[in-house]
Write a protein that binds this ligand. Structure first.
Ligand code: 4AD
Ligand code: MG
Length: 472
């Protein structure tokens, strides 16, 4: 059967599901989710094209030319092109269905071989078929919510006049401190050139003439642009070679890093809070079907939690206050609590899930556990850092006011075993017209995890990279 409708005339299933489409002749395409054949001489095909959570019901009568030969063989996973009329659906739970005038099978999927059967698809199993999992309800919904979050992120910053800056992926600097970066080289690993006298690796002979890595953060470069354009943000992939096999760590993840000149830590916290609220309210507003699915099938509290967060203030407290609360909590933590420790996820979760039952911003951390660029407080012991913690996920944002005083910054670098000469350009920003400035980093995947309630971070990024995992 030849179709007389141009490809561009295809409408998304999402549109065919709307009552406004009733009475229209349309072309829709998609993949079969289920097919049921009635004795009365009809097949009912649930067709999904990813444009919405819901599939559309296509009714194919046995009078169609290819009914016996093709339609009755087009099972789950097969791809179809339908020409037909959108009609009011007599069935429950859907406003419309499509009465097919023709059903063209674009590609069959052998039902005996197709890995995505209705049952028996655990998330672990689906990770092994990363090329097919986006066709499931869950992964389709994750992809659409992730997309909405990204849209809302750009909307938030663009509507406030922030300039989107692209920072490099291959970098010569180490933002967060040594020991967790992927090296970038074109050296033959069997024959790495070495310096004659010292026998050290001779990076001058490498591609860039120096040692380079995949970036762990675009922050330092974002600071360059903030000290010229005032308010900027980055949004790109970042890489960490830590051997962390947890449900909250990836080796490749996406980070959003705003950087604001003429801004202190309070301003930084205000922006972070408004930013998260904007993301959450956008998803609630624009992805109702996907969110209802997560709320029913993944985590029965997500909608209630997000709604409450949008409507109330985050709780802010200093690190020192947080330690006092943890010490008095009466909980038996695996990692003992005392001033100076880095907060572990069990501590973060106690604060946000049990104590305050809402997002918490902890600020003024001990200098020893934070990066060199954070502004030193008057007490000499703490720095102007802040982390935003949320229930279940823990740290979702890490940020700080930056050290804008040249002499203090140099000292901190030396303290942290960094060579100030290598950061000459970073120091120049303090040498020439230094200004107070602040920023933060939001982990995109932790955000998607929090919004959807998905337990494992590897299920909220299309192709997860983690230790011993780089398939697809
Ligand atoms: O706290 P982090 O390391 O902060 C920075 O990189 C700063 N340069 C940000 C800034 O001030 N501009 O990372 C920021 C966020 C974390 O709060 C977390 O949400 C996420 O990035 N993150 C990870 N997400 C997934 N897997 C990992 N291994 C992550 N490490 C950090
Ligand atoms: Mg952090």
């Amino acid at each position: 059967m030849t179709s007389t409708v141009k490809t561009t005339d295809r409408i998304p299933v999402k549109e065919a599901l709307c009552e406004e489409s009733i009475g229209k002749k349309v072309k829709i395409c998609g993949w079969v989710r289920t097919r049921r054949d009635s004795k009365a001489g009809f097949s009912f095909i649930e067709l999904n094209d990813g444009s919405s959570f819901n599939s559309i019901q296509v009714v194919a009568p046995k009078e169609l030319d290819n009914y016996e030969s093709e339609i009755l063989n087009a099972g789950i996973g097969s791809s179809l092109e339908i020409l037909g009329e959108v009609v009011e659906s007599p069935g429950k739970g859907q406003a419309t269905e499509v009465k097919a005038d023709s059903v063209k099978v674009l590609g069959f999927a052998d039902p005996k071989e197709y890995p995505l059967q209705k049952k028996g698809t655990s998330f672990e199993f689906l990770r092994t078929i990363g090329h097919l999992r986006p066709r499931t309800n869950t992964f389709g919904a994750v992809a659409r919510v992730r997309n909405e979050i990204c849209r809302a992120i750009h909307e938030f910053f663009q509507s406030r006049g922030f300039v989107y800056v692209h920072t490099p992926i291959i970098t010569g600097s180490d933002c967060e401190g040594a020991g967790q970066m992927f090296k970038v080289t074109t050296f033959d690993l069997d024959d790495v050139p070495r310096k004659e006298k010292s026998n050290e690796i001779d990076f001058e002979q490498d591609f860039f003439g120096r040692q380079t890595n995949l970036t762990v953060s675009g922050q330092l470069e974002a600071e360059i642009y903030a000290t010229a354009l005032s308010n900027v943000y980055t949004f790109g992939p970042t890489f960490r070679a830590e051997n962390s096999n947890t449900s909250r760590h990836l080796s490749e993840f996406w980070m959003i890093e705003p950087e604001m000149a003429f801004c202190d830590l309070e301003g930084d916290m205000d922006v972070a809070e408004a930013f998260l609220k904007h993301i959450f309210s956008s998803v609630l507003k624009n992805c109702p079907d996907d969110m209802n699915f997560f709320n029913q099938r993944i985590d029965k509290t997500v909608i209630e939690t997000l709604t409450a967060i949008v409507e109330s203030d985050f709780h802010r407290l200093s690190y020192t206050e947080a330690i006092e609360i943890l010490e008095k909590s009466g909980e038996s933590f695996e990692f003992p609590v005392k001033w100076g420790i880095d907060l572990q996820s069990e501590h973060e979760r106690y604060l946000t899930e049990k104590k305050f039952k809402k997002p918490v911003i902890v600020y003024d951390y001990p200098r020893e556990i934070k990066a060199f660029y954070m502004r030193l407080n008057e007490d000499g012991k703490t720095v102007r850092a802040m982390d935003v913690l949320v229930p279940k996920v823990g740290e979702i944002i890490g940020g700080s006011q930056r050290e804008e005083r040249l002499d203090v910054l140099k000292e901190r670098m030396i303290d942290c075993d960094l060579n100030p000469e290598e950061y000459w350009w970073y120091l120049d920003l303090r040498r020439y017209g230094t200004v107070p400035h602040a920023g933060f980093g939001l982990g995109l995947e932790r955000t998607v995890q929090f919004v959807t309630g998905m337990a494992n971070i590897r299920d909220v990024i299309p192709f997860p990279r983690a230790p011993k995992t780089a398939d697809f």
